[in-house]
Design a protein around this ligand. Structure first.
Ligand code: NAD
Length: 237
């Protein structure tokens, strides 16, 4: 049986994540076809056979099944509105969203299938489960979350640190955060639980952005054709 490729719009296409997504779609059998690459500004109409669109031209993109968004919070509202208008699914990894934007995403998920995650790696999905369990088993222990990223990352603490913190909080811990911005670190998260005389450290280190891009592509292929709703990445990976 042959399945038609998922028609993808990549939002944030000229960025670090956007470029990783486009390369993986070119290199491997991802089951996806990129029909539009959108960025704040574009220098050419077509790159490697993929039509390019500036953010201001978003309304004119061709039909697509799923938008994958790794951009910035200021670009998020437009791609969310477009997905609703076109009845397309949205996979977003953009961090630093405001509370209002998160509420808009919740509302949108009554109309379209949507999956937002601060981190699309399988390892971090598992780390969430471990942190939640540790917090439940260790009442009263100190909980600290230390994250490190490259110097061009804009938000701090990272979206992943905040999501891990929410998992710890749900288990009863009161997490504190520390952020390091240095060099070209792709992404590291350490969750430490400490009490008198002992410490537990749970850590995840990403050395390559492809883990996030592969996760987002996988989620996109699983989201096409689903009923509207807010999907957890852990259940789709
Ligand atoms: P980047 O700065 O390298 O790229 C940002 C991209 O967004 C560029 O293509 C830029 O043109 C585009 N953009 C900016 N403003 C826009 C607008 N108004 N409309 C349309 N496009 C716009 O950033 P990056 O390192 O690729 O990261 C992008 C986002 O993804 C960040 O929020 C980052 O924290 C997040 N991220 C998430 C994960 C995850 O797994 N969820 C992993 C890595 C990065």
């Amino acid at each position: 049986m042959t399945t038609t490729p998922v028609r993808l719009l990549i939002h944030g296409a000229t960025g670090r994540m956007g470029q990783a997504l486009l390369r993986l779609c070119r290199e491997q059998d991802s089951g996806c076809e990129v029909v539009a690459a959108v960025a704040r500004r574009v220098d050419a109409r077509v790159v490697d056979g993929v039509p390019q669109f500036a953010a201001a031209e978003l309304a004119g993109v061709p039909a697509f099944d799923v938008a994958i968004d790794f951009s910035l919070p200021e670009g998020f509202d437009a791609i969310l509105s477009l997905c609703i208008a076109r009845g397309a699914a949205l996979v977003s990894g953009t961090t630093g969203l405001s509370d209002a934007q998160k509420a808009q995403l919740d509302t949108a998920s009554t109309k379209i299938p949507a999956a937002w995650a601060s981190n699309f790696s399988l390892g971090v999905a598992v780390l969430h489960e471990l942190v939640a369990r540790a917090a439940t088993l260790l009442p009263g222990w100190d909980c600290d979350i230390v994250e490190a990223h490259h110097t061009r990352k804009l938000d701090a603490p990272s979206g992943t640190a905040l999501t891990l913190g929410a998992a710890a909080q749900a288990g009863g811990a009161q997490p504190h955060y520390a952020s390091i911005r240095a060099g070209d670190i792709v992404g590291e998260h350490l969750v430490q639980f400490a009490a008198a005389g002992e410490r537990i450290e749970l850590a995840h280190r990403a050395s390559n952005r492809d883990i996030f891009a592969r996760g987002a592509l996988h989620v996109a292929t699983r989201l096409r054709g689903r009923t509207p709703g807010s999907y957890r990445v852990a259940e789709l990976l």
